[in-house]
Design a protein around this ligand. Structure first.
Ligand code: LR7
Ligand code: MN
Length: 576
């Protein structure tokens, strides 16, 4: 081949390479452009689809909601009157009541914005209020009924003057009920858009204590008002709370809590002026107690009444003071205990707890909890053990006598932060609280004539036979336990009662001895313990005897005589 033709060939080959490169470059470019447009198109498509989906969903919720609204029966349950359903609805309602302790079928038929009668004592109308503070109402819920939550919201909107309502914060503690997701959002967006209602979602259930904390963190109003998610407020409920906190930022207030019946949704009041305040039992439960003697005058005048504790679900507190005084114990899980913790802390660390009789809120009391707790953990017990260690000093001995397994149990968790808080706030001790705030509280081993196990010469002991708290039942006898246990812990009080915490030995028919609620008027609950171990009952003229007593039946009083059957020996006797 000539050199010319070789040159031509080389040139041709080079040129071809360039073309090939060019071809690839252009193809890649085209491919990129194609992908870009295609992608763009997909994005557009996705966006479009999303929009369509949400319009469709929203249309679907709207249909659901309309359907729901159409089934509401106008005026049912108005004024708080009891409501009833008929036919199959009535049957379904009864089923629901058994299953979730609430007639949810009926709830769904009662208007969400029903009006209630003014339940207040007439004297309340004579007070005038003009508070400047605004409220953040915090409502936490876990799988509560849609209509019940919304009735809480609606009553709060309708019964709180607009200028006093900063916001309503709903906190969903990880509910799994589907109606509390899309449908609830849709309701808020379409039916409540003109009102300051916010919804905070906690993705995984954290328990009611941390749920309230979450709500409090989001709140911006001057005063936090916490409500359970099954409440209805009534006319004039907010003003006296806000006014009192304006006067004194360190008071924590509880409205008077009325009962909304779980079966008929009737708003029942115990008459205009009879109400109770909060106490506690040594087993760590909240109890209702009569208004204290020192407060009876205030009660008559429907003025704020001091309360040793609060139930926990419904209360108002200055927002800044809530954080200053230690908010909640964040390590408390689930349900229970936080109410007594907060009550003791408020009193011991310089605050006050009061019931405001002119502020009335209804609460649905359910016969049982419709929910369970993860791992069946006894959160009430554990939380109470936490508060006992932190706040009750040596008086925690009584709680741990009820719950010995929790006394030195690591499950209770670390308490450093709460103990530091108590130091930082320079809080008073539990004895101060008992002496000054709750002097009526019976302390089984203080200021008593005798206490401990009360033994017969045959090593049998007085025993409550596992009587549930606040029930009446026979005073029994059982083999003495090797260690003092709560069921055998009896006291002979200074007043001459043979008693446990709130139950006293009382003689019926001059014969049978029962444990019944202590009334404090001596009579059939009056006993005299003699040095020789006889326990004499003056009103029958007889003595406590264990002759012929069977294990399951109660003790009797019998003619006093010299016999081993009428000898009792307490572990500790303080008689001089
Ligand atoms: O895991 C949970 N997460 C929650 O958000 C469990 C419950 N909750 C919500 C629940 O949906 C409800 O809104 O927490 C609120 C309270 O739960 P309830 O209604 O089951 O409690 P309760 O009314 O039986 O119990 C009383 O004691 C509790 C102790 O932890 C709380 O302090 C409750 O708020 C309290 N309720 C009241 O004080 C109302 C007055 C009744 C009395 C006495
Ligand atoms: Mn409740």
């Amino acid at each position: 081949m000539s050199s010319f033709s070789r040159k031509m060939l080389l040139k041709y080959v080079r040129l071809r390479r360039v073309y090939i490169k060019l071809f690839f470059a252009v193809s890649i470019l085209l491919f990129i452009i194609l992908v870009f447009f295609l992608n763009f198109d997909i994005d557009e498509q996705l966006k479009h689809n999303k929009q369509e989906l949400s319009t469709n969903l929203s249309a679907m919720y709207e249909i659901q909601l309309k359907d729901y609204e159409n089934r509401i029966i106008p005026h049912l349950g108005e004024n708080g009157d009891p409501a009833y359903l008929e036919g199959s609805d009535a049957k379904e309602g009864e089923k629901a009541l058994k299953k979730i302790a609430l007639n949810s079928v009926l709830s769904d038929r009662i208007p969400l914005n029903r009006r209630l009668r003014d339940p207040r004592n007439k004297k309340c109308r004579l007070f005038s209020y003009d508070p400047k503070l605004q409220a953040s109402i915090i409502v936490i819920f876990y799988n509560e009924q849609f209509s019940v939550i919304l009735r809480t919201v609606w009553s709060s909107i309708l019964q709180t003057p607009k200028h006093l309502l900063k916001e309503i914060i709903l906190v969903d503690d990880g509910s799994t009920e589907s109606s509390l997701h899309g449908l609830l959002d849709h309701y808020l967006a379409t039916r409540l858009s003109d009102h300051p209602v916010k919804l905070v979602r906690i993705p995984k259930r954290v328990g009611l204590i941390r749920a309230r904390l979450e709500g409090a963190r989001k709140a911006v109003g001057d005063v936090l008002i916490f409500l359970d998610a099954h409440c209805e407020t009534t006319v004039g409920w907010a003003e006296p709370l806000l006014q009192r906190i304006e006067e004194d930022r360190t008071v924590v207030l509880v409205p008077l809590i009325d009962v909304i019946e779980a079966d008929t949704f009737a708003y029942s009041t115990d008459g205009e002026s009879s109400f109770q305040v909060g106490g506690f039992s040594w087993s760590g439960h909240f109890t209702w107690i009569d208004v204290q003697p020192s407060e009876v005058e205030a009660k008559k005048a429907v003025k704020p009444v001091r309360s040793p504790t609060m139930a926990g679900g419904l209360f108002a507190i200055n927002r800044k003071f809530f954080w200053e005084i230690g908010s909640y114990d964040e390590q408390m899980d689930g349900w229970g205990g936080e109410n007594l913790e907060m009550s003791f802390r408020i009193w011991q660390c310089g605050g006050r707890l009061e019931t405001i009789p002119c502020s009335r809120v209804g609460h649905i009391f359910r016969a049982f909890h419709p929910y369970t707790f993860p791992d069946n953990k006894d959160t009430h017990g554990i939380n109470t053990a936490r508060l006992a260690h932190v706040w009750m000093d040596s008086y925690k001995r009584f709680f741990f006598m009820h719950q010995p397994s929790l006394e030195n149990n690591p499950i209770v968790g670390d308490l450093t932060h709460r103990k530091q808080l108590r130091q930082k706030l320079r809080c008073k001790d539990f004895k101060w609280y008992l002496d000054n705030i709750y002097p009526e509280k019976f302390v089984p081993d203080e200021n008593v004539q005798a206490y401990g196990q009360a033994r017969t010469p045959f090593d049998m002991c007085l025993d409550d036979l596992q009587l549930p708290e606040d029930r009446a039942g026979p005073l029994g006898l059982y083999q003495c336990h090797p260690r003092l246990e709560i069921s055998q812990f009896f006291s002979m009080s200074a007043r001459g009662e043979l008693r446990k915490e709130n139950v006293c030995a009382e003689v019926f028919n001059d014969r049978d001895v029962q444990l019944t609620e202590c009334h404090g008027h001596r009579r059939e609950q009056y006993w005299i313990l003699y040095r020789n171990g006889t326990i004499h009952h003056p009103s029958s003229g007889k003595c406590l005897s264990n002759e012929n007593v069977s294990m399951s039946h109660g003790l009797k009083v019998d003619t006093c005589r010299e016999t081993v059957y009428q000898r009792w020996k307490f572990d500790h006797v303080n008689m001089t």
